[in-house]
Design a binder for this molecule. Structure first.
Ligand SMILES: Cc1cc2nc3c(=O)[nH]c(=O)nc-3n(C[C@H](O)[C@H](O)[C@H](O)COP(=O)(O)O)c2cc1C
Length: 374
């Protein structure tokens, strides 16, 4: 049998298989609240061993895109409760991805038109968020210049992560994933080319990692270490993340530190398919040696590549993003060798109901083909 289909004990959380649905922003939450379509979309995908929700902002300040769901108002938390119940009813497990975009925001999304916040007051070049333009219309728009957080303010963001994490557990999630990847706030502190701070959150490797580790520790204290995962994208170049001298050492130091904390997992997001830069096999091996717990790897995998990586022991779980958009029954397709449906790229982030919860399972596809030929 495919090693991806074996069950897996993720630090006491039993997973039916080793196939993970990677977090994917779908911009379908009209008022930033998960609704009936969100419930249906995740219910359809509950055959994954683990679902990780789309990025869910922990505060208004942490928002970078209109129509992404939050996890900080009573309505949002109530919306998520219905999602987790649906996934659990189908026998699935689900973590929420806790998200603060840092500088990848726009003044029109911030309270009183304030500047977004980051490690330093440097805007991400050629990087769009999704906000209101000058004409008041929603659309892609260059991220605004941020202001640097005061030293004492950093703990306030950690505290927002904790509040959201506690609410997430009340909403029935099996755990929380800190979004430490893809050029958002934690990357903005870890990156030595960007972070030129001179306080305890900048400079040395450990200083640049301090905010990440303080947030991991604070969440672990409140929701339990086995309920906290984190996503990282070593060598990722999204949103103007530039190479820096200490780069490999930074990620391996973080791997060592996280290893001591006995977390639910570390989730590596390989961006090679998106930007040409990312995680090679050699680095993956070194990260694997440095980090002892459960590892998830995502990024342009297919079934064969996922199986190979699990068999080689380079990852424990294999994450799939786009294949899960267009194949709600992805695990069943893997199990039966059924073909995969292609994803419709234009409706990934827009398009209302089209391209969201309307992709059929393979059995439904067959039924409609045979009905057509009747
Ligand atoms: C539509 C879309 C939305 C995404 N949103 C998120 C997100 O909210 N958080 C995140 O960490 N990664 C996000 N990603 C990255 C995916 O989790 C994944 O790493 C990436 O798609 C590569 O995996 P794949 O080749 O299997 O699609 C997104 C990717 C896509 C295609």
């Amino acid at each position: 049998m495919s090693p991806l289909l074996n069950s897996y004990d993720m630090g006491g959380i039993p997973l039916a298989n080793r196939v993970v649905m990677a977090p994917m922003t779908r911009c379908r939450a009209k008022s930033m609240v998960p609704d009936a379509q969100t419930v249906l979309y995740y219910r359809q995908r509950a055959g994954a061993g683990l679902i990780i929700s789309e990025g869910s902002q922990i505060s208004a300040e942490g928002t970078g895109y209109l129509y992404t769901p939050g996890i900080y108002t009573p309505e949002q938390i109530d919306g998520w409760k219905k999602v987790t119940k649906a996934v659990h009813d189908e026998g699935g497990k689900m973590f929420v991805q806790l998200w603060h975009v840092g500088r990848m925001s726009h003044v029109s999304l911030q309270k009183n038109g304030a500047a977004p916040v980051s490690s330093v007051a440097v805007a991400a070049q050629n990087s769009n968020c999704y906000a209101y333009g000058e004409n008041g219309e929603p659309g892609p728009i260059q991220a605004s210049e941020p202001r640097a957080l005061e030293t004492r303010e950093v703990a306030g963001i950690t505290s927002d992560f904790v509040t959201a994490g506690v609410e997430a557990m009340r909403a029935g999630f099996d755990g929380v994933e800190i979004h430490g990847a893809n050029g958002y706030i934690f990357d903005q502190f870890a990156n030595g080319a960007l972070n030129t701070r001179v306080d305890q959150y900048g400079g040395s490797t450990m200083n640049r990692l301090r905010f990440t580790l303080e947030t991991v520790d604070a969440l672990a204290r409140e929701v339990g270490n086995s309920r906290v995962g984190i996503r990282l994208s070593p060598f990722g170049r999204l949103y103007d993340m530039q190479p820096f001298d200490d780069e490999e050492n930074t990620w391996l130091t973080l791997a060592n530190e996280l290893s001591k904390r006995d977390l639910a997992y570390v989730h590596l997001s390989d961006q090679t398919a998106f930007t040409g830069a990312g995680i090679g096999r050699e680095f993956l091996g070194r990260f694997r040696d440095a980090y002892e717990g459960t590892l998830i790897l995502t990024g342009a995998l297919d079934q064969d590549a996922g199986e190979e990586l699990v068999e080689l022991g380079l990852t424990d779980l294999a994450g799939f993003g786009r294949p899960f958009v267009s194949n709600p029954d992805l695990v069943e397709r893997f199990r039966n060798g059924w073909p995969l449906s292609p994803v419709d790229m234009p409706t990934l982030y827009t398009g209302g109901e089209k391209g969201y919860a309307d992709y059929p399972a393979y059995s439904e596809q067959l039924e409609s083909t045979s009905a057509d030929s009747d």
